[in-house]
Design a protein around this ligand. Structure first.
Ligand code: SAM
Length: 258
């Protein structure tokens, strides 16, 4: 094959750390271009969903309703962007709040999680309160888009905080868009706004027959509506490109607000 300037590989840096970073970028870009892999990944997710794949994992003893790959990605983001406040909507059994709190524990410092759920079951609240990570977690019960709840969350954010937000509650377009408008402005530059379950848009209409959200009405449609109206975030496509098995295609948003 003839090598043209367009097809020639980028020169490999002599520094092995820089060379590894270049290699990774190229590998991820190739994964992102592989439409067949993307199709098979969605097919894999569809095959695993009826058996409630995401419900079968725990973090430090608390059930967490996530794809393991998304947890690795969120771990990378917490480590690299070093937030000291993580706001989460959707607590359920507490696994994701405990996960975020445990990452903040590893970072050192006084990082804290502010977590909101409309229905914190008594047994879950008790287990979270007894958990070794509980001193870093504040739970707030109520709808994440209720103005009183939003104000209470805002009250936990101070000047100079570095804030990350993870949305994983009610997955309708209207609800997630309202969450994005309420919590997006709290995210600080270079930190991430993670919107989970955007994958619903990539599944066939009616596939999730037992839910109130569907193709055309889900977190991904909300992300696109929100991104279209704000210059504050850019979609980090390299993350879903490398994960493939993710609930959050187009759901990893990097804050670029000055
Ligand atoms: C998918 S689960 C959250 C999973 C959790 N983030 C984890 O990773 O383990 C969704 C949660 O959102 C909560 N929820 C539903 N509607 C809500 C609302 N309007 N406001 C806040 N939370 C809500 C539900 O009670 C449920 O616990």
């Amino acid at each position: 094959m003839t090598t043209t300037p367009e097809t020639a590989p980028a020169p490999t840096p002599t520094d092995p750390v820089a060379a590894f970073a270049v290699e990774r970028r190229e590998q991820i870009a190739a994964l992102g271009r592989d439409e067949e892999l993307r199709r098979r990944s969605v097919e894999w997710i569809m095959r695993a969903t009826p058996n409630r794949f995401t419900y079968n994992f725990s973090w430090m003893g608390r059930p967490v309703i996530q794809f393991p790959a998304d947890m690795i990605a969120i771990q990378e983001l917490i480590w690299s962007t070093r937030p000291n406040v993580i706001i989460e909507t959707g607590i359920a059994h507490g696994g994701s709040a405990v996960f975020s709190a445990s990452m903040l524990e590893l970072l050192g410092g006084d990082g804290r999680v502010v977590a909101v759920d409309i229905d914190i079951r008594e047994h879950n609240r008790a287990a979270i309160e007894e958990h070794p990570m509980s001193r870093r977690i504040t739970m707030i019960e109520g709808s994440s888009i209720d103005s009183g709840i939003v104000n209470r969350v805002r009250g936990h954010v101070g000047d100079g905080d570095r804030v990350m937000v993870i949305l994983d509650s009610h997955h309708s377009h209207a609800h997630v868009l309202a969450e994005l408008e309420a919590y997006g402005p709290l995210v600080t530059r270079d930190c991430y706004l993670v919107v989970l379950d955007t994958i619903i848009e990539d599944l066939p209409a009616g596939f999730l027959s037992d839910t109130r959200w569907d193709k055309g009405d889900n977190p991904k449609t909300a992300v696109h509506a929100y991104i279209g109206g704000t210059g504050d975030f850019e979609i980090d496509r390299a993350i879903p490109d490398k994960l493939q098995i993710t609930t959050a295609p187009d759901g990893y948003l990097r804050c670029i607000r000055p």
